[in-house]
Design a binder for this molecule. Structure first.
Ligand code: HEC
Ligand code: HEC
Length: 215
């Protein structure tokens, strides 16, 4: 992809109940090769700060099938209470559906009551096993995200676009209920993914710089 504007559609959910109309945000995507490895790694560090934050990592668990409760609003870190398992389905179909408690509130923003189940998406569920971020190191998450075999077969541009169409992501930056929002902002996060990608998706433990950024 050459230099250009990546048009991202922001779904106006969870920010305010006033409007559910999508609005368009234009994020400038740097051309591949125009970003140094150092800048790429700086951008990656910010991406990692987001990915490892409880608002993201609590759902991004691996084969344990157990969502996590972590972050200051939870006190101690522990698996989701009430013996909740997501199962192979990742939505609890084999046990108790996530949607039993994580119901979508019609047009209402998130859930402002502390310790109530977040109510933001009809399809509240665990991330795919491959996107196993909870407690994982920066290099481990980095390698997963740049590996098409484990990231849903996405280019970095597709990762950036993917980030924006999901109301869960909007919730993570505006969770309410005494929960700490994810760091930076959704727009900054998308820019960081694009910057990291244009630098050739460097990871902190790479032996040598990737000379040729993946198109
Ligand atoms: C409620 C659970 C949940 C939360 C919270 C959550 N995610 Fe996800 N995430 C998912 C699910 C489910 C998918 C798979 C969606 C798909 O493939 O269509 C996913 C997929 C992704 C992907 C695609 C890449 C891959 O390897 O599969 C990225 C990137 C991502 N999430 C980033 C984030 C970030 C950043 C946050 C926090 C700001 C976050 N997620 C919070 C459930 C969650
Ligand atoms: C019996 C009700 C119930 C069921 C079923 C349930 N949850 Fe929850 N969930 C809750 C409650 C309540 C909280 C908030 C607890 C708190 O803040 O102290 C929560 C919080 C969470 C969180 C933490 C969100 C954050 O970062 O603050 C995640 C992740 C989560 N649930 C995922 C799931 C998944 C995935 C399923 C299905 C496999 C599921 N839950 C099923 C009640 C439920």
């Amino acid at each position: 992809m050459s230099k250009g504007l990546l048009c991202i559609t922001i779904v106006g959910a969870s920010v305010s109940s006033a409007s559910a109309e999508p609005t368009a945000t234009k994020v400038e995507a740097p051309a591949p090769g125009t970003v140094s490895k150092t800048e790429g790694l700086e951008a990656w560090q910010r991406v990692y700060e987001v990915a490892s934050h409880p608002r993201c990592a609590n759902c991004h668990v691996g084969p344990s099938e157990r969502p996590m409760w972590s972050g200051p609003s939870y006190g101690e870190t522990r698996p989701h209470g009430m013996n909740v398992y997501a199962g192979e389905s990742r939505i609890g179909a084999e046990y108790l559906l996530c949607s039993t408690c994580h119901v979508t509130s019609n047009g209402e923003r998130g859930n402002p009551i502390p310790h109530a189940a977040p109510r933001v998406a009809g399809a509240w569920r665990l991330a795919p096993k491959e996107a196993d971020w909870f407690g994982k190191s920066s290099p481990a998450i980095c390698q997963q995200l740049r590996d098409p075999a484990r990231n849903g077969n996405r280019t970095y541009q597709q990762l950036a676009q993917h980030l924006d169409h999901d109301v869960i992501l909007h919730w993570a930056w505006n969770p309410g209920g005494g929960r700490e929002p994810a760091p930076h902002s959704l727009t900054a996060h998308i820019k960081d993914i694009l910057t990291w990608g244009a630098a050739g998706m460097p990871c902190p433990d790479d032996k040598t710089a990737k000379a040729d950024p993946t198109p």
